[in-house]
Ligand binder design. Structure first.
Ligand code: FES
Length: 89
C-alpha cells in the first residue's frame, strides 16, 4: 500500500516500496547484487560516482534510459536493469 511517506514501483518485475525521496541508486543498493546493467564485455556494472558523471548506472525506467543516481523513485514506475550482456548500453 502506498502512503505519502513511501512510493511503490517495480524493479525487474519485483515490487519494491521505499521512502519517498529515495533515489533509484539507493533502491538498487538495497537489492543484492546491486547491479544496474551488464557491459558489452559481460561485466556487471553498478553506480559509482553518484553524481551523474560516470554513466555506470544507466538502466531503463518506463522504457527510457536513465541515470539511477539522478532519478527519484516514483509510484508506478517500471525499472528494468536489462542485465543481459550488451543490453542497456
Ligand atoms: S553513478 Fe555515476 S552517473 Fe550515476
Amino acid at each position: 500500500m502506498t502512503s505519502a511517506a513511501h512510493v511503490e514501483f517495480t524493479l525487474d518485475g519485483q515490487a519494491l516500496r521505499v521512502p519517498a525521496g529515495t533515489t533509484l541508486a539507493a533502491a538498487l543498493a538495497m537489492r543484492r547484487p546491486g547491479v544496474a546493467r551488464i557491459s558489452v564485455s559481460g561485466e556487471a556494472r553498478a553506480p559509482l560516482c553518484g553524481m551523474g558523471i560516470c554513466q555506470e548506472c544507466r538502466l531503463l525506467v518506463d522504457g527510457r534510459r536513465r541515470l539511477v543516481c539522478q532519478t527519484l523513485c516514483r509510484d508506478g514506475m517500471a525499472v528494468d536493469t536489462e542485465t543481459r550482456a550488451g543490453q542497456n548500453r
